[in-house]
Structures are given as structure tokens and as C-alpha cells.
Design a protein around this ligand. Structure first.
Ligand code: SF4
Length: 225
């Protein structure tokens, strides 16, 4: 197996392969800002996946997970990916927003979601010390294809500016986020993302979903719903 083929997934091996599958059950997640993979990134990932016999899996957060690593080569693979300019997910990294493809590709799109995602990533992507369990999504219109109401921080473009939701989550006990701001400018929406991430960090020990914090009296919201 080389590159990113379908099949041959770790854990789904033929008889007699179980032990090998267990050894190769480690993975590395490559962050893909905006869900965009240019040709250079595709080639870099293909090179590393081919060399280490890894399989590519697309995550629901629009990242790329390389399956089939082992304790023996995990750090080496991370180094190879970083050396090729790819961003490897590590604890404390800012959570890259999941986005819909918005304007100009979707005829309902009200904003260029790639550009706004870039803006958020440029401003916050270098942050460290971000607490786990924080997810951000950005949708280019109220149809909310990126699932903005089902994440910790959700942004939705409307004809009257950006609405923001917080405290949504999926999982076994899903929750719809609460509307915390309405009709923001892009600048205000980006500022509020920063405020929310800071608030989450200040109130969280190891890890925590925003849903647990949303009813705190000092929660950073622009409207009371
Ligand atoms: S949320 Fe709106 S703009 Fe984004 S993909 Fe869905 S319909 Fe299109």
C-alpha cells in the first residue's frame, strides 16, 4: 500500500495481520485551513504517505488524518510533514474553523468563507495553549452547511451581517448553540472569536465544551437570548 489508496485500512487487515495492525494503529492529523489542499500540499502528503505506507482519511473537521503509523515512526513522520510545510495537529493548537464553500461557488453564499477563514487563521492560527474540545465553524449563509449551530463557536453570514452562536455540540448528547450576537461586522465577528477562545481558556482546566460555560454570567455575548 502506498500513497492514499482505498482499502487496506489499519484494523481491517486480512487474517494474520491483526498484530501488525495494532502496531500500526497510530495516526497524525494534518490541519487543512479552509479545507483547501493545493497541489503542493497534495504532493507533499502523497510523498510522506507513500514513504511510510499510510492511508489518508478525511475528518469531519476538514482535516486530513494519516493512518497506519506506529510508535516507532510517529515522530519521524510528523517531522517529515512539518519539513514539507504542513501543519500537524498538536495539543494546544488553535482549532482551524470548519467552513462551507460559500461565495462565489455556492449561489446562496453571502460571503467568501475561504477569505474569512484565512483571516481567522492568520490572526489566531499561531496561538498555543488553546484548551481541547473547542470547535469553530463558519457558514456562508443561514443554511449553515458547516454546522455552525453544532459547534462551540459558530459563525453564520446573513444579509444583515454575521450572527454568532456558542455552546453547540454534536456527540452522544448533541446541543444546538445559543445565539450570542447578531448582525456583526466581519471585524467584530473575528474579535468575538478571539474573546470566546480566551474565555474558554481562562475557564477551562484540562478540557471542556463551551456548552458548559454558556450560562455563566460573564460569558462574552453581545445579546441576551
Ligand atoms: S451554508 Fe449557504 S453558502 Fe454555505 S454551502 Fe450551504 S447554502 Fe452554500
Amino acid at each position: 500500500m502506498a500513497g492514499c489508496p482505498i482499502g487496506g485500512l489499519p484494523g481491517f487487515g486480512k487474517h494474520g495481520q491483526e498484530e501488525n495492525d495494532m502496531q500500526n494503529s497510530k495516526y497524525i492529523t494534518v490541519l487543512v485551513p479552509g479545507g483547501l489542499l493545493d497541489l503542493g500540499k497534495v504532493e507533499a502528503i502523497s510523498l510522506v504517505a507513500g514513504k511510510y505506507d499510510l492511508t489518508c482519511y478525511l475528518t469531519s473537521a476538514q482535516n486530513l488524518r494519516l493512518l497506519g503509523a506506529s510508535d516507532d515512526n510517529l515522530e519521524e513522520i510528523k517531522g517529515a510533514l512539518a519539513g514539507l510545510g504542513l501543519i500537524v495537529k498538536e495539543p494546544g493548537r488553535f482549532p482551524k474553523p470548519r467552513i462551507c464553500f460559500g461565495m462565489p461557488y455556492c449561489n446562496l453564499g453571502l460571503v467568501d468563507t475561504f477569505a474569512l477563514s484565512d483571516r481567522i487563521w492568520s490572526r489566531f492560527g499561531g496561538r498555543t495553549g488553546v484548551k481541547p474540545k473547542l470547535k469553530i465553524a463558519l457558514s456562508g449563509c443561514p443554511a449553515s452547511c458547516a454546522g455552525s449551530m453544532l459547534v462551540d463557536i459558530g459563525i453564520i453570514a446573513t444579509r444583515n451581517g454575521f450572527d454568532m452562536y456558542a455552546g453547540g455540540k454534536g456527540g452522544a448528547l448533541p446541543k444546538i448553540g445559543k445565539l450570542i450576537a447578531r448582525g456583526l461586522t466581519e471585524e467584530e465577528a473575528v474579535d468575538l472569536v478571539g474573546e470566546l477562545v480566551d474565555y474558554h481558556a481562562s475557564k477551562t482546566g484540562k478540557k471542556q465544551r463551551m456548552a458548559k460555560l454558556i450560562d455563566e454570567p460573564d460569558f462574552p455575548k453581545r445579546i441576551t437570548s
